[in-house]
Design a protein around this ligand. Sequence first.
Ligand SMILES: Cc1cc2nc3c(=O)[nH]c(=O)nc-3n(C[C@H](O)[C@H](O)[C@H](O)COP(=O)(O)OP(=O)(O)OC[C@H]3O[C@@H](n4cnc5c(N)ncnc54)[C@H](O)[C@@H]3O)c2cc1C
Length: 284
Amino acid sequence: MIPASFEYVCASSLPQAIRLLQDDPEGTKLVAGGHSLIPAMKLRLASPALLVDIRDIEELKGIEIGDRIRIGALVTHAELLSSERLRQALPLFHDAANTIADPQVRNRGTIGGSLANADPAADWPAVVLALNAELELAGPAGRRRVAAKDFFVDIMTTALETDEVLVAVHIQRPKPSAQFRYRKIRHPASGYAIIGIAVAVGLEDSVVSDAVIGVTGATARAFAPDAASAFLIGKSLSSRNMEQAASIVSEHAEYLSDRYASADYRKHLVKTEVARALSSLKTS
Ligand SMILES: Cc1cc2nc3c(=O)[nH]c(=O)nc-3n(C[C@H](O)[C@H](O)[C@H](O)COP(=O)(O)OP(=O)(O)OC[C@H]3O[C@@H](n4cnc5c(N)ncnc54)[C@H](O)[C@@H]3O)c2cc1C
């Protein structure tokens, strides 16, 4: 449980962090909250030669709420839980943050670290998928934005290049009538998602105008099936339609299996939790 030895630099700017990554992309790791990376280093699953601490980089901080919402990569789970302005504009962040681990983890862990880490059991991937978020990345070649649906590539693998930094999450501010739900079956010890479901639904005249259902925990990478959105849009939230949408989501992917939940059980949980999330929405 002791990491291999490493060098440590606390970067004061984004260009400095990118330069350090560029110097040795394979041997360098950014550290934000350290609540995924440091345990991995202690288990020697990661042994970077250089740790670049990004906690002082101002550009990666803060929550801005206008027509669009910007959440800096360094914003902690605790900040997302406690921001009343964000809760008013987009309650899904509060609801998901409330399920993450315990206060110690929430006080240190960041949304950027969680997304960059792409742990299949992390909560934020389902949320950014349901919100059609864009992720702002910065590297030696400049900035680019990647849609959440293109960001998660595989287990612990994202669209980030080894010399890029995740700067912020950008979301279109939803209409006041939009409804959100986050449901999760938690691992009893860590709190990680055995499965987690993020639902974002818009209604116009009792007919679904927008619907995205993000799923985490169940498969190697979080997903939001287009087929479920296509099925729901233009329909009412009748029991039958909600059940059908839940079936479509659960049929989508190959499920993980481990000592806590078999693949069949995870599939069953996805179906029942999507149905429960949808049936708790106002239907008109
Ligand atoms: C006991 C325990 C319980 C937990 N339970 C949950 C849970 O219920 N739900 C959940 O979602 N998570 C859970 N976590 C994980 C926790 O939320 C982590 O804090 C989070 O996943 C990683 O965020 P971090 O800021 O700590 O990242 P770090 O550990 O600092 O970094 C993680 C990885 O991301 C990279 N990285 C960090 N920031 C950036 C950036 N801005 N740009 C590019 N790369 C970056 C690092 O190089 C590293 O590879 C738990 C952790 C612990 C220890």
